[in-house]
Design a protein around this ligand. Structure first.
Ligand code: NDP
Ligand code: ZN
Length: 350
């Protein structure tokens, strides 16, 4: 057993605070990792505050983990001590169902084991995430961080990156396609970079007119201020794909109207009922598709890391001292972050 420290919420209404706990000794196929960096995802806030109704406490968030291998189990072949590695949103799955066999562990028919707040498949203990000094994970769910990536800026690729890359890839976004990205936060700014790297003409939909210049720097060709009904109307029938990262309920109808016939609106941010209601004429009359997508499989997570290394893509980050994590959550909710906090885990020891 390892003694570990980290920051956890004890309930939906208490701020995150330091906690000492145990990590298991590596099983035969496990890798033990000293965590160097961990990104802060909006999902961490949803979960710490039980906004999805599935939280288990104590809840230690963090699923954008980069660290160094410190120990490996007897059967480990993929990683060795000293390697720079990453762990994303999942740490296990059934490994034999149709989805797992297709490298889509995130859609495991028995449900993947998430990096935090899910029972471990072997001992039933509550998984604890990456806002901590160390983690122990089965080697299949540990990926390699390419040498040319900045390790801190690579951390958010493990969730924000794969979550935006995977649906763009799945729907075959290609040169010349018109892609709209909804919301420019952690996921959205990566979505802009990936759509651009795939050759698309990219538009950011944002509430914040002040983000226009920044969006162009990220690679957006155009910006639409979503609160301006005239700008929304002018975009009618224009887009092939919308990648929707907005984390709260919002009216999908005006966005659907900006899709051409056969256009696809991909939800990644909203994991709640649609409200206000969807008018299905916006789908039926134009054969449009409303879709959803969850992170990406492990092989594809390695693929997106390699894609970032090849295309010189990285996340725009602000380094965070872990003792300021609760303040960071408030700033994220206020949209005051460009565009991902990454915890420097050295601050945990301080
Ligand atoms: P961020 O907080 O970093 O960014 C969200 C962006 O959405 C904001 O920057 C803002 O962009 C826009 N936004 C925020 N609030 C509102 C609002 N009230 N109305 C309209 N737009 C708003 O979040 P993340 O990028 O980390 O995560 C986005 C969502 O994706 C979260 O719900 C998260 O849980 C989910 N998620 C889903 C995953 C999946 O697998 N499907 C994986 C990871 C995360 P702007 O100012 O430009 O309008
Ligand atoms: Zn996430």
């Amino acid at each position: 057993m390892y003694t570990a420290i980290g920051y956890a919420a004890q309930s939906a209404t208490t701020p995150l605070a330091p906690m000492t706990f145990n990590r298991r000794s590596p099983r035969a196929d496990d890798v033990a990792i000293e965590i160097l960096y961990c990104g802060v995802c909006h999902s961490d806030i949803h979960q710490a505050r039980n906004e999805w109704g599935i939280a288990v406490y104590p809840l230690m968030p963090g699923h954008e983990i980069v660290g160094k291998v410190t120990e490996v189990g007897a059967n480990v072949t993929k990683h060795k001590v000293g390697d720079l590695v990453g762990v994303g949103c999942m740490v296990d799955s059934c490994r034999h169902c149709e989805a797992c066999a297709a490298d889509l562990e995130q859609y495991c028919l028995e449900g993947p084991t998430l990096t935090y707040a899910t029972p471990d498949r072997v001992d039933g203990s509550n998984t604890m995430g990456g806002y901590s000094s160390s983690i122990v994970v089965s080697e299949h769910f540990v990926v390699r961080i390419p040498e040319t990536l900045n390790p801190a800026a690579a951390a958010p690729i493990l969730c924000a990156g794969i979550t935006t890359y995977s649906p763009l890839k799945h729907y075959g976004v290609k040169a010349g396609d018109k892609v709209g990205v909804l919301g420019m936060g952690g996921l959205g700014h990566m979505g802009i970079k990936f759509a651009k790297a795939m050759g698309a003409e990219v538009t950011l939909f944002t509430r914040s007119a002040s983000k226009a210049e920044e969006a162009r720097r990220q690679g957006a060709d155009h910006v639409i201020v979503s609160t301006d009904a005239e700008q929304m109307k002018a975009a009618a029938g224009h887009f092939d794909f919308l990648l929707d990262t907005i984390p709260v309920q919002h009216d999908l109808n005006p966005y659907l109207e900006t899709l051409r016939f056969d256009g696809v609106h991909i939800l990644v941010g909203l994991i709640e009922p649609v409200d206000p209601a969807l008018h299905t004429a916006n789908l039926v009359m134009k054969r449009r598709v409303l879709a959803g997508s969850l992170i990406g499989g492990i092989a594809e997570t390695q693929e997106v890391l390699d894609f970032c290394a090849e295309h010189g893509i990285s996340c725009d980050i602000e380094m965070l001292d872990i003792k300021n994590i609760n303040e960071a959550y408030s700033r994220m909710i206020a949209g005051d972050i460009k565009y991902r906090f990454v915890i420097d885990m050295a601050t945990l020891k301080a």
